[in-house]
Design a binder for this molecule. Structure first.
Ligand code: PLP
Length: 421
């Protein structure tokens, strides 16, 4: 109601009613778009957005009512999105450095806080240097084209994130796609790719749909054998996987074997926005010269830089938050398994509750919300046909009671809909 009133006030204030573009082309476009939208609805793959009326956190208020909802579907793995020190750091950066730079980095968009954050990221990952982007999507869109030429090859896991797939599409290297986490297939593709000047194996560190972790030890061994570089996307690992939260490479003991790490500031590291590449200094130097999303897009706003910088400080001071998230994950996974559910992946806070049937996933997720638990069902085309699931994400700031309430609700709803006997 308040949004509708605000929209009316805006129009009354001179913005005017929306105007439909006239002309045959505009009318034809409208018809085509409406028919495409209808197709999406008909296919049952329409994504609607629930509107949150509170801060991001373990407990939410939804617009139009629902208060005290327990949230199990954010990438807020460490609960830093609304951490008081993270918010304070953002406010201080906003006060001191302003709302934004109105510029790209190389024209007049680099402040001391951008350089400090890049240094902090490189130090956190124990790499030589780092470069910031507006998002990890941009970091992935920019790296392959800048690094690889038609003389080179890139070998990509078939289930890599869309942004890696798009980044690879933009480059002119020879492209090989290996079966998901299949080391025999990767080896076969590496053999085939020996004819190229340089080989880059690209994989998500942790895969966000299944909560499974790339076999980085084996990938690095193969990379060594066939003289290849390794790139990992650590969006679902940075801050919490490994003894000190450095990521999948720390977890699997290969920090010195992975050459390039891309990750996000928009999930565990404060959740505001932003992404980065960290790795060898000449690579970072080259990205500053050649990477298009870096060269042609605005600098990260100071408040966003402030959030991420404080999040990294908190993680470098202590690994207690990351450890607490691991304990919560273990509690959820073991209780759900004991209740009779199948949870995909291992030891990762992404806990996909495998249901198979798309309708079942959707009605169960709806019923979970009726019981105050916010989870989301995923079905085809986001995941393969017949592998529909409800994805639960655990955060360090869930209490044991939150987790137990979620398990109890799943058990009740699962029995009601026949997912549990
Ligand atoms: N890579 C992976 C594996 C992701 O899950 C995401 C976000 O969904 C991204 C990249 C993009 O990150 P950002 O939100 O910073 O653009």
């Amino acid at each position: 109601v308040r949004r509708a009133a605000a929209a009316r006030a805006l129009r009354g204030g001179g913005a005017g009613a929306p105007r439909a573009a006239s002309g045959a082309a505009a009318a034809q476009l409208r018809r085509r778009l409406e028919s495409e939208l209808q197709e999406i609805r008909g296919a049952g793959t329409w994504k609607s957005e629930r509107v949150i009326a509170s801060r991001q956190g373990p407990h939410l208020r939804l617009a139009g009512g629902g208060a005290g909802i327990i949230n199990f579907c954010a990438n807020n793995y460490l609960g830093l999105s609304s951490h008081p020190e993270v918010i304070r750091a953002a406010v201080e950066a906003l006060e001191k450095f302003g709302a934004g730079l109105s510029s790209v980095r190389f024209i007049c968009g680099t402040q001391s806080i951008h350089k400090d954050l890049e240094e902090k990221i490189a130090c956190f990952h124990q790499r030589e240097d780092a470069i910031l982007y507006a998002s990890c999507f941009d970091a992935n869109a920019g790296i392959f084209e800048a690094l690889l030429t038609p003389e080179d090859a890139v070998l990509s896991d078939e289930l890599n994130h869309a942004s890696i797939i798009d980044g690879i599409r933009l480059c002119k290297a020879n492209k090989y796609r290996y079966k998901h986490m299949d080391m025999q297939d990767l080896e076969a593709k590496l053999k085939e790719a020996q004819k190229h000047r340089l080989r880059l194996v690209a994989t998500d560190g942790a895969f966000s749909m299944d909560g499974d972790i790339a076999p980085l030890r084996e990938i690095c061994q193969l990379a060594q054998k066939y003289d290849a570089l390794v790139f990992i996307d650590e969006c679902h690992a940075t801050g919490f996987l490994g003894p000190n939260g450095r990521g999948t490479d720390e977890l699997l003991g290969v920090m010195d074997k992975v050459t390039i790490v891309n990750s996000t500031l928009g999930k565990a590291l404060g959740g505001a926005a932003g992404g980065y590449t960290t790795g060898p200094k000449p690579l970072i130097d080259l990205l500053r010269q050649r990477s298009r999303p870096y060269l042609f897009s605005n600098s990260l706003p100071p408040a966003v830089v402030g959030c991420a910088s404080k999040a990294l400080d908190l993680l470098m001071e202590s690994n207690a938050i990351a450890q607490s998230m691991a304990a919560k994950t273990q509690r959820f996974r073991s209780k759900m398994t004991a209740a009779g559910f199948t949870i995909s992946g291992k030891d990762h806070p992404i806990c996909p509750v495998m249901l198979g049937d798309a309708r079942l996933a959707s009605v169960m997720a709806e019923d979970m919300l009726n019981r105050g638990i916010y989870v989301i069902g995923f079905s085809y085309p986001v995941v393969p046909k017949g592998k529909a699931r409800i994805r639960v994400q655990i955060s360090a700031v869930h209490s044991d009671e939150d987790i137990d309430r979620c398990v109890d609700a799943f058990t009740e709803v699962g029995r009601k809909h026949g997912a549990l006997s």
